[in-house]
Design a protein around this ligand. Sequence first.
Ligand SMILES: NC(=O)c1ccc[n+]([C@@H]2O[C@H](COP(=O)([O-])OP(=O)(O)OC[C@H]3O[C@@H](n4cnc5c(N)ncnc54)[C@H](OP(=O)(O)O)[C@@H]3O)[C@@H](O)[C@H]2O)c1
Length: 299
Amino acid sequence: MKKSVMITGINGLLGQNIVREFSKDHDIYGLDLTPSIFGPSQNIQVKQIDLNDTIALEQYIKKVQPDSIVHTAAYTNVDRAEDDHEIALAVNGKVPAEIANICKHLDIPLVHISTDYVFSGDAGPYRETDDRDARGKYAESKLAGEKAVLESGAKVAVIRPNVMYGNGKALKSSFVEWLVTELRNERSVRIVDDQYNNPTYARRLAYVIRMILENNAWDIWHFGSKEVVSRYTFALKIADTFGLSSSLINAISTVDLNQRAPRPLRSGLICEKLNKELGIPILRIDEELALLKEEMNVA
Ligand SMILES: NC(=O)c1ccc[n+]([C@@H]2O[C@H](COP(=O)([O-])OP(=O)(O)OC[C@H]3O[C@@H](n4cnc5c(N)ncnc54)[C@H](OP(=O)(O)O)[C@@H]3O)[C@@H](O)[C@H]2O)c1
């Protein structure tokens, strides 16, 4: 019999990429706030639900009894979370705790998506075992969720990605798509050159999730690209991959943006463990961008 997976936040960037990875051999049960972005399909069912409604959530999980759950849904607006901190804490802290609790009682394995924001961002790149020190309300709420699932006693894998990019339909924001559009239209852009990380390509993260589930790898995992670069350097690499001139990309500092929430300046995730223990290759940024270009079907 076909296996099934439940994906929260199915309409989001990572959710869509997990669907692509799993729909070939799984029945998919998706949950999201907004109506399904997937057309009619025999094996993709999407239920519109606010995950804060824990009674409806529990009833649905009990009804479906999926073989695993991947929890990607989150309150992801880092700046707005500074004002909406109770809403962010409910979605990013309490909902994961509830899902993990249900998973424990029904013996369903859970993959929980966390973030590099659980670290201070002062001295990256970080290993899975490094001390956590969240800065800002979004970061604190995600740390609360991560701690709750790890302490739940369920079969849990926590994956921490960095700045995520990839392809998808009707995405709220896509850095690569935005940059490519701006450069194609010959508009100049300002990109920070003092925030360092190793960006995570969503399509490969979806594959990593499959490998973790197939290997029953209940642990904490970091996943990003091979090299840690500034956002400015990342933008130059995008321009190069898509054959666009980088002359319109201007370097600025994070302070110039005057953002509400603090940003990690020296972040990045060491991904050796995933490579050593699960044999997953960690690719260079230009290799992953080439895959994205192919995926986006750009000549
Ligand atoms: N994107 C990044 O750069 C990044 C980096 C590190 C870690 N992460 C983590 O990776 C995960 C996936 O990120 P993503 O970029 O794929 O996020 P995304 O594109 O914003 O997708 C999240 C989805 O969850 C939905 N959602 C939010 N609150 C919900 C609720 N209460 N009930 C049901 N659905 C809800 C969202 O709906 P609405 O759009 O209507 O709100 C959205 O469709 C998140 O846990 C995030 O914290 C992301």
